[in-house]
Design a protein around this ligand. Structure first.
Ligand code: HEC
Length: 136
């Protein structure tokens, strides 16, 4: 048991040294918000994040004018993709796995901001949105 633990610790340390790609559970909303805010040089604003998430936009795909098109306005409930596939709730209070995987967060911000806004979200926008979502 003790030996296994030591071996696991060693493997973990080697993985970090080798710069292995980010794995699930490698971060937290707080950490991500701090990173994006530092990158943007702004203070995150949950109010701005909420307005952006709840708002209706042009510039993206006509069938997805808002983040709420898929995630709905009730972030504690499940959403739905355009194809009808369920999306787990976005609120960490009901879905604690949210915003703990940096690769997942990056992937979906990229994809969803392009769909809704027709461009990637800025670091400031990502900090704002996460500041709001993580408070739910
Ligand atoms: C076309 C449907 C759709 C739209 C529109 C959409 N999303 Fe998503 N979103 C998804 C899906 C599908 C996932 C991945 C499945 C999951 O995480 O449950 C996801 C995941 C995410 C994640 C990752 C959450 C995590 O656990 O790390 C974030 C952040 C996110 N969306 C933000 C947004 C924002 C911000 C907008 C508006 C700019 C938006 N989404 C619009 C479908 C959508």
């Amino acid at each position: 048991m003790h030996e296994n633990l030591r071996r696991l610790t060693l493997i973990g340390a080697l993985a970090v040294l080798a710069g292995w790609p980010a794995a699930a559970g490698d971060t937290s909303a707080r950490q991500l918000i701090a990173q994006f805010a530092a990158e943007a040089g702004t203070q995150p604003s949950a109010a701005r994040g909420k307005a952006l998430f709840m708002g209706t936009h042009t510039g993206g795909k006509p069938e997805t004018p808002s983040c709420t098109t898929c995630h709905t306005r009730n972030l504690k409930a499940a959403g739905q993709t355009r194809a009808g596939k369920a999306i787990e709730p976005m609120a960490p209070s009901v879905n604690p796995a949210r915003y703990t995987d940096s690769a997942k967060v990056a992937k979906w911000f990229r994809r969803n901001c392009k769909s809704v806004l027709g461009r990637e979200c800025t670091a400031a926008e990502k900090a704002d949105i996460l500041a709001w979502l993580s408070s739910l």
